[in-house]
Design a protein around this ligand. Structure first.
Ligand code: SF4
Length: 301
């Protein structure tokens, strides 16, 4: 079971030691020009994204995540630094293996140049930019500066997060983003640590803060067969959400195995190899269980 945790840095986080990534840059001391030169590490851009918030969006994938969820479908986003990944390229009717590097350094000006290509689509569809990962809060200075740059250009922003960040870092980010896409996976802290590598203390605390501040949020529950989808866990998640002040909706996101090939290409073990996605009946059972707590639940995000 410990093999998957080679992927992440949960040991640092769970020991209560704050990694350098969680030191926020003092924005008030940064000029506009300096802001554009704040650097981070990215591993992908996805233009015309339709499932990462409202409207047509560009999703920017920031590299590095302190968790190591068994079901992660972006394992190439977990390590904070660029890494090698195997690629097969067609070669005269057969395929040739080649190693390439995933992840690259970018500054705020680079990212803004990419996201500004589609401003017309954001305006027409009510879309914008979503910062995902990895865990975008793991590069807080970079994220905060990107959010500020988008706001200066009237571009709507969403942050797709596990919620696992020091509460002071999270609070500081709250007013900077227009929307949070927030995952809530497992309520039992011991089980949460087994399945993700970290406890859920910060995640629950930050979710309460999000609700108390009435920040716009979409809460998401990953339905992972045999792991998160047990009636006991769904009940515990529902009871917690029911007591939040302003968040009463939840989206049930079915497990999918589109990331399987990436584990092979990264040459890391896939803890979910062979596990099939939940069927419609299982998803409906989860949705109905959430609704029995008075919540509004939908399948899909
Ligand atoms: S929080 Fe998201 S990116 Fe990080 S390991 Fe879990 S599923 Fe992957």
């Amino acid at each position: 079971m410990g093999r998957r945790f080679l992927l992440n840095m949960q040991g640092i986080a769970s020991a209560g030691v704050r990694p350098a990534a969680w030191v926020i840059h003092p924005r008030e001391f940064i000029s506009f020009a300096e802001r554009l030169s704040v650097k981070g590490t990215i591993f992908n851009y996805q233009r015309y994204a339709l499932h990462d918030g409202p409207g047509i969006r560009t999703t920017v994938f920031l590299k590095g995540c302190p968790l190591g969820c068994w079901w992660c479908h972006n394992p190439e986003g977990i390590r904070p630094s660029p890494e090698r990944i195997a690629t097969t390229i067609p070669s005269g009717g057969s395929a040739r293996a080649k190693a390439s590097v995933i992840g690259f350094a970018a500054d705020v000006a680079d990212v803004m140049a990419e996201v500004e290509k589609d401003v017309v689509f954001y305006d027409e569809s009510g879309g914008g930019v979503t910062f995902s990962g990895g865990e975008p809060l793991y590069q807080p200075a970079f994220l905060e500066t990107l959010l500020a740059a988008c706001r200066e250009r009237d571009i709507h922003t969403a942050v797709d997060t596990s919620g696992h960040a020091p509460p002071d870092v999270f609070r500081k980010m709250l007013p900077a983003a227009d929307l949070f896409l927030y995952d809530l996976k497992v309520m039992d802290p011991v089980r949460h640590r087994e399945l993700t590598g970290v406890s859920n203390g910060w995640i629950l605390q930050n979710l309460k803060t999000l609700s108390e501040r009435s920040t716009a949020a979409v809460l998401r529950f990953p339905a992972i067969p045999g792991l998160t989808d047990t009636p006991e866990n769904v009940r515990a998640v529902a009871a917690f959400v029911r007591d939040l002040e302003t968040i009463q909706n939840i989206a049930v996101l079915p497990y999918h195995h589109t990331g399987e090939g990436k584990y092979r290409r990264l040459d890391v073990p896939n803890p979910m190899a062979g596990v099939m996605p939940p069927d419609a009946a299982a998803l409906e059972r989860i949705r109905a269980q959430f609704e029995s707590f008075g919540l509004t639940a939908v399948i899909g995000g």
